[in-house]
Design a protein around this ligand. Sequence first.
Ligand code: FMN
Length: 444
Amino acid sequence: MTGMHIGYDLSFTHTEGAWARQGSWIGRDFPDVRMFMELAQTAERAGVGLLFFGDGSGIPSTWRGSIAPAVEWGIQWPRHDMSPVIAAMSTVTEKVGFGLTYSSTFMHPFYVARLLNSLDHVTGGRIAFNVVASTRGADAANYGFTELMDHDLRYERMEEFVDVCRALWDSVAPDAIVRDRSTGRFADPAKVHPIDHDGRFFTVKGPLASVPGPQYHPLVVQAGNSPRGIAASARFADLVFGFGGHLASQQRHRKLLDEALLGEGRDPEHVGILWATQVIVGRTKAEALARCDAVHEFWNEEAVATYLSHNAGYDFSTLPTSFQLGELRDELAAANASPAGIVGSLVTEFGADHTMSRGEFFAHGRGRATGLDHSVVGDPAAVADALEENFAATGSRGGFMFSSPLAMPSGFAGISELLLPELRRRGALAPAYQGSTLRENLAV
Ligand SMILES: Cc1cc2nc3c(=O)[nH]c(=O)nc-3n(C[C@H](O)[C@H](O)[C@H](O)COP(=O)(O)O)c2cc1C
């Protein structure tokens, strides 16, 4: 048991109004790289293990088939490729790690393996690869797909994708580079091998034309939540992301993952889950609640509907005035949309037979879009209590990936300045920066 590891999810520090609220940057706007460099420095001072960027390349367009509301209100857009930003952040820090997301559904593993190797060098062994099987049609359309590949097929492609990355990282042995200045001999050809991969999805000759990175294999992170997704985590993930905020589903995830890991001959004690958890902390409970109100004020109805439809991959403008939750769930599954998310949690909460009105659906959806229906809110002691309890009840392996819907940088500053010192004082956190690489620092 190592105590909690802490990550910050920086994916949406500039969207959904966070850029405009009180406590946001003055005189700086996304994508000013200095914003991120400063965030990295303050996070490192607080002992944060991982700064994480998710990815999605399409503009939300599922609601009424239009990008207009997402563009107008800045819902999940704009989003940049954050790899150069990570490189810049790494030059002003020494310890904190970085997580970068690419889609195995759309990208090619040779490109991604090569890029991650470069980032492993630039960051000094502090890079993690979050591999995702994309669920959104808006992303697919940018890569030449008219529709999303089947859910389970995406995971098969993901497993092959990671196999190829790993084979490429292995294709130049750690001791292959000789660099003998007296003879000019650079490397030992006996230690550099093609991979000759010829699989269902990819054909890659290899080897990688790269010097092995400090971690050799960048840390691989994955967030499958379905049985098939969890099977993929068990096969290859060094660290898992899970949806936090709902204890019963977290315990289910931990249990299924542990079983699947044992099935793969891996030790569940050494595979942590970082639970994605939105926290809103204030010096007092009243201050924390006032911060929630500021988030609520931003979200108009169109913004909520745009967000929900995008994340589910289903246009909720087509909902009838009332409907049965189980039928809606089945319809999403049949449409290759995501039956987890909002619809899945409503089914869990109210039952598949429950009939819901369109108005009620969007009222619940508001809580989902703002994240306020599953946030941990309060003063530092109350939030720390809730997190300690949740950590213990979910196997005490991993920790939390915090997100904040508040203005930036004040939202994460609150976590760094109020919450993390409280958790550290209690001895609840894993010791910060024990090793020299991210892989060592996040080990459980
Ligand atoms: C912390 C966290 C971060 C995630 N980041 C992304 C992301 O950046 N891009 C993405 O397309 N999906 C992301 N996901 C979603 C997962 O990749 C996955 O689609 C989801 O967990 C559902 O998996 P399932 O289809 O196996 O149920 C994330 C999930 C979690 C918990």
